[in-house]
Ligand binder design. Structure first.
Ligand code: SAM
Length: 216
């Protein structure tokens, strides 16, 4: 697939749109402006890649809305070198944004079909996060602790394991609610036993599955 002038123009318009909607972090804006989102779409749908909307991908899942990707990433406050866990690799787009910000990215996907696709696709695009297949509702304890954890599927509650796998000073960004609507929670780990929470409305994600999610 090519990144034509038309795609670049549409991407610029998308960037302006997410800025209008309140995204301010220049590094996040520049990552969204750089990554050809249409590469993450089937060619026949590439025209939809620069609409600020979620879009269906394989296995009944979605690539998140660009504004939502930017909002979650902004809350995460990623610094270069931060060990960052993403739960819900999906298309790989959010992982690419995190790599662009200089994070050391670990990402885990529940659906084998998506995992098998992304392990070939992202390196071909030049992005090399550490990619795993499995139930991320329990985190990825093997590589913990993390500076940041971002969950890109809607959870019924905050899994305790994710807070355990954060460093003190780390941030967890997770949508929590029912199967239709969620609030975006930002959880800052202040000490081994203390967290601070902020909540932002309203988002709509596919459900987090697995042991600490909605269902296996
Ligand atoms: N970050 C993705 C992107 O940029 O395309 C968004 C993907 S979609 C909104 C959420 C993803 O979370 C889906 O691919 C889904 O299969 C995955 N998922 C759901 N439950 C999961 C779990 N327990 N562990 C890992 N991934 C999970």
């Amino acid at each position: 697939m090519e990144d034509t002038y038309k795609h670049k123009g549409l991407r610029k318009q998308l960037v302006e749109e997410i800025k209008r909607k309140g995204i301010e972090d220049e590094r996040v804006i520049s990552a969204i402006g750089k990554i050809p989102r249409h590469f993450f779409f089937e060619k026949i749908f590439d025209i939809h890649a620069y609409e600020d909307k979620a879009f269906p991908i394989e296995a009944g899942q979605t690539i998140s809305q660009p504004y939502t990707v930017a909002f979650q990433t902004e809350l995460l406050e990623v610094k270069p070198g931060d060990k960052t866990l993403e739960i819900g690799t999906g298309s790989g787009y959010q992982a690419a944004v995190l790599v662009e910000l200089g994070a050391d990215v670990y990402t885990i996907e529940y659906q084998k079909k998506l995992y098998q696709k992304v392990i070939r696709f992202l390196p071909n695009l030049g992005y090399q996060p550490h990619m795993y297949h499995g139930d991320g509702s329990k985190g990825l304890p093997r590589f913990a602790p993390y500076d940041g954890i971002i969950v890109t599927a809607g959870a019924p509650a905050v899994p305790e394991a994710l807070i355990d796998q954060l460093k003190v000073g780390g941030r967890l960004v997770i949508p929590v609610g029912d199967d239709k609507r969620q609030s975006m929670l930002l959880i800052k780990k202040i000490s081994d036993h203390e967290v601070e929470k902020e909540s932002y409305n309203h988002f709509s994600f596919v459900p987090l599955r697995g042991e600490q999610g909605w269902s296996p």
